[in-house]
Write a protein that binds this ligand. Structure first.
Ligand code: PXG
Length: 285
């Protein structure tokens, strides 16, 4: 039962896993990644994460040196070696070591890294009582500058908004897009419930199309909860009946306060509770 790290086909302990300081992943945030979870030893939605990783890589013209099947086998094997039943997996592919210059043609050997460890983003009490969050003034990357649909190693946009949240005493922050519409949080997608309907911003709002987000939309269908992807403004959030966030790391976490205003009655909503408990069942199906 210990963290296991795969680098290019070999396995290392946490202490021994190392890559070059000339890696363009480190020097320029030039690479892509995924974050996933295992439940009872099985990776949740592994195929979708692998597909998204290869799409992110394609979007930045990075050729992953192994096939999707080899990547899938490597993830499963690293999980097995860790001995952890409920773990968090960070899958990273960097452009590899190069020269001290931007030119990706001067890099060689993309690095494939799989870290299997534990994660606890939020204290248990926030799942029971709900988070208080703020709207950040940092907007989400303009899609024409760096598409938020690419899960790249360049997370400074999100980190700047996260710092705003932390400075305001909040664990998460809402990011608007360049049009002033609600996009997502720094590491989570956002949902509201209004008059029994579940609403979440569409992918063209400039968001990462979260795999947990899509699982929640799938669950809503099964539970006959009307759901849609809709453009949302900050106003829509402030007058919502309920609000919650989704992410592989965070899972489903309620929000009870935005910008010091209570959402609904200021307590975790009924639909949120239902989706939280159904999601728990879904991950071990
Ligand atoms: N939006 C963004 C910007 C994300 O980074 C999600 C949504 C949720 O997507 P999934 O597919 O996981 O449902 C993410 C992913 C962290 C952390 O430390 C969070 C993510 C990735 C890496 C680190 O909070 N979230």
């Amino acid at each position: 039962m210990s963290p296991q790290i795969y680098i290019n086909g070999k396995y290392y302990s946490k202490e021994d896993a190392k890559i070059s300081v000339y890696d363009h992943g480190l020097l320029y945030g030039d690479g892509v990644f995924e974050g996933m979870r295992t439940y009872s030893g099985k990776v949740f939605k592994l195929d979708q994460h692998i597909d998204r990783l290869y799409q992110s890589a394609r979007a930045i013209l990075l050729t992953i040196p192994i096939s999707k099947q080899e990547m899938t086998d490597a993830v499963n094997n690293t999980v097995k070696l860790s001995g952890l039943a409920d773990s968090y997996i960070r899958l990273v592919v960097t452009r590899g070591a190069g020269s001290l210059g931007l030119d990706p043609n001067r890099t060689s050997n993309p690095q494939v890294i799989i870290i299997v460890d534990l994660i606890a983003l939020y204290d248990r009490k926030f799942y029971e009582e709900g988070l208080k969050i703020i709207t950040a003034s940092t907007i989400r990357n303009h899609p024409a500058a760096l598409s938020p649909r690419i899960k790249s190693l360049n997370y400074l946009n999100n980190i700047m908004a996260k710092i705003e949240g932390l400075q305001a005493g909040c664990m998460e922050a809402i990011m608007l897009n360049h049009k002033g519409e609600v996009a997502e949080c720094t590491g989570d997608n956002i949902f509201i419930v209004k008059k029994g309907r579940l609403l979440t911003p569409p992918t063209d709002a400039g968001i990462l199309e979260g795999i947990t987000r899509n699982a929640i939309l799938e669950l809503a269908g099964e539970l006959n909860i009307p759901a849609s992807e809709s453009t949302l403004t900050r106003h829509d959030l402030l007058v919502a009946d309920e609000c919650f966030l989704t992410g592989s790391a965070a899972e489903v976490i309620p929000v009870v306060d935005i910008d010091s205003r209570p959402i609904g009655d200021g307590h975790v909503g009924q639909t949120t509770r239902l989706l939280m408990s159904e999601f728990k069942k879904m991950v071990t199906r």
